[in-house]
Write a protein that binds this ligand. Structure first.
Ligand SMILES: Nc1ncnc2c1ncn2[C@@H]1O[C@H](COP(=O)(O)OP(=O)(O)OP(=O)(O)O)[C@@H](O)[C@H]1O
Ligand SMILES: [Mg+2]
Length: 264
């Protein structure tokens, strides 16, 4: 196991990673270090490479070059499932839920090692029942954390866009993450629910010592919760610092705020 000797409190150390698809270079020579239990937001215009960065960190795509060190271990060549098991867990832009399962069942699906998955377990209904009871208990605990308890036995399809984001977050929590990568958890969520989500995230950080890396379009939304903001444009980091310093950065105003004005 490789260890980081320079930064003891680093939970994630991204070293000069790049990826390209044909002529497109979504992530180019990106480096940054994330401290344990910190809250960092990644902002940037459409197509900046934010989701591509998360795809690399979570192992869904592999880097062409560079290293990703998570808790002292190089993970850039490891399978996505294994990375999640190590505690680096992501959510997806556009929460994926199964509409025709209940909210609780959606979470129970996320539990590893269902004995019904193999023949021995299938033939042993008692083992399966006990597994299901435990999975249900865990699902209910996670739903309580995000305030969705009352929807536990409703079909997930009835949830609003914002409530789906909460369900997606609670599903990520089922993996007992050390670090969460959240891809636009506030997109399409009404302001009241955004406030609620922010409170939930702050509580998770405090009570479970989770480290956060969160993608968001709007700097204002993450201003208060973030210790640090990383700004991406055209596959590169163009600014990295305290939330306040980002407002005054000329590169950010040109690349990021400029393109947002065009969007409007
Ligand atoms: N697998 C892929 N194959 C080809 N091009 C890709 C692939 N993944 C990402 N890209 C391209 O990389 C660029 C960055 O896309 P990415 O989704 O990372 O941006 P983003 O910052 O998340 O944007 P948004 O804010 O719209 O979600 C885009 O030009 C995209 O088309
Ligand atoms: Mg994206």
């Amino acid at each position: 196991m490789e260890t980081t000797n320079t930064l003891d409190s680093a939970v994630l150390d991204v070293r000069n990673i790049s990826v390209s698809f044909g002529g497109v270079k979504p992530v180019q020579n990106v480096s940054f270090t994330i401290k344990e239990n910190s809250f960092t937001s990644v902002i940037g215009p459409n197509g900046a490479g934010k989701t591509s960065l998360f795809n690399l960190l979570s192992g869904m795509n592999k880097v062409d070059s560079g290293e990703i060190i998570f808790r002292g271990e190089a993970i850039q060549s490891i399978h996505a499932h294994k990375i999640a098991q190590k505690g680096l867990v992501r959510t997806f832009q556009g929460a994926k839920i199964i509409r025709r399962l209940t909210v609780a069942e959606n979470l129970m699906m996320a539990v590893q090692g269902n004995p019904g998955d193999n023949l021995m377990g299938f033939l042993n209904p008692r083992a399966r029942k006990s597994f299901e009871a435990k999975a249900r208990e865990e699902a209910m605990r996670r739903l309580d954390q995000v305030g969705l308890t009352k929807f536990a036995d409703e079909y997930a399809g009835i949830l609003s866009g914002g409530q789906r984001k909460l369900l997606d977050l609670s599903r990520a929590l089922m993996a007992d993450p050390k670090m969460l990568l959240l891809d636009e958890p506030f997109a399409g969520v009404n302001p009241t629910l955004v406030e609620k989500l922010l409170t939930v995230l702050a509580a998770l950080r405090k009570e479970q010592s989770i480290t956060f890396l969160l993608i968001e379009h709007d700097l204002e939304t993450v201003m208060n919760i973030s210790d640090r903001v990383i700004v991406m444009a055209d596959g590169k980091i163009i600014a990295d610092g305290l939330p306040n310093s980002i407002y005054e950065n000329d590169l950010v105003i040109d690349a990021y705020l400029g393109s947002r004005r065009k969007d409007a």
